[in-house]
Write a protein that binds this ligand. Sequence first.
Ligand code: HEM
Length: 405
Amino acid sequence: MNLDYDPFSPEFRRDPYSVYEELRRSAPVYWAERSKTWVVSRYDDVAGILKDTRRFSSDAMATVLTGSTRPQPGASMPAGSPRPSLVTSDPPVHTGLRNILNRGFTPRQISAWKPAVERAVSESIDSIRAARRFDVIAQLAIPVPVIVIAQVLGVEPERYPDFKRWATVITVGMNGSKRHLGFVGSGAAAASAEMSEYLRGTIARRTAEDGHDLISVLVRASEGEVLTPDEAIIFANLLLFAGTETTANLIGNAAYALLTHPEVLARVHAAPDLIPATIEETLRWDPPVHYLFRRATEPVEIAGIAIPKDAIVTVLLGSANRDETAFGSDAAVFNIDRKNQVPHIAFGFGIRFCLGAALARMEATTSLQQLVPVLASARRVTEQLEFVDSFQFRGLASLEMEWRC
Ligand code: HEM
């Protein structure tokens, strides 16, 4: 095989995993000319980079997740500026922000959101049951996480469609097909500004009121160290797609994995307590987020390859999760019974392990509890696959089905 890592090609989008396998085998640290980054594909190297926050900075994530321009390495911010987004900051700024934000994601807080998740899933399943043909992605996987994040942020229901629109425009502009048009040209900047303006008004009210939504908890002074209004807006922007596109892909990828493994679907249908194992195996086997970026803060060596200071490294979560040395010679097989010796890294690793992992797992579990009986009684309308318009996120754009007669 001629090794050609091109995440922008349609062939790669259809099957990134065979390219990953080749990368792990023959070029585990690979210079990708198109993206001008070093691509790291083996589990141990990926986990090692994610753990080493001193030598690998997350400021490289700025262009990926927030759409902002990456600051010059080592540049200092003017006094009084908001702290950068959680996902782009390094310790000690990251530590301070994470301490505040953890307050909003306690197990108690997550279980308080469960009724909202159950309601959102039930409404979606009702719409699916009412139709002869339905789309699992459009009617369940996409709306559930958007409605949940909107509720978590305390957004009024009539603004939910705006939230979905902002999330899509920003994703397509930042790491999808309009990426070449830039943040402004793609419309992502305008969508982000529109959302920020809306949030600014609601945050001003929250600071004064005694609300229980996430933003109220994070901006209320009586709770200890707080986010400034600007920081709360940056965080809400991050949640919009850290928590929607990702979870939608998890639900969709799990549904697709079950449909393409009918024997597993039959088992899970008969024994719904297998749903959590199905979700964990989906996260490993077909994860929603395929790569992250880091910047080398000093010259480093990875697997014997010298990486210069300030080089950008692409860490392939999607490949690490299929590494045979970590998950065994059957790593390419979807197997909900596997006993992993190491954790999958679909939610990242170390100090910035996904803040919303428990919420995502709860949303996916609740969705599959109601979706599995549907999948078992319906069939796909077409075998053709259309993927979401993103190079970083992996998921289906639609999964159309119809009831069996
Ligand atoms: C299946 C769904 C999800 C997946 C696969 C996922 C994946 C990830 C990954 C890989 C990271 C690490 C980023 C890095 O190291 O640079 C991360 C971080 C993060 N995730 Fe998630 N995520 C999911 C759902 C959510 C949800 C539902 C929320 C919030 C409601 C959320 C909020 C965050 C935040 C705030 C961070 C930054 C943590 C930090 O830097 O300390 N995610 N996520």
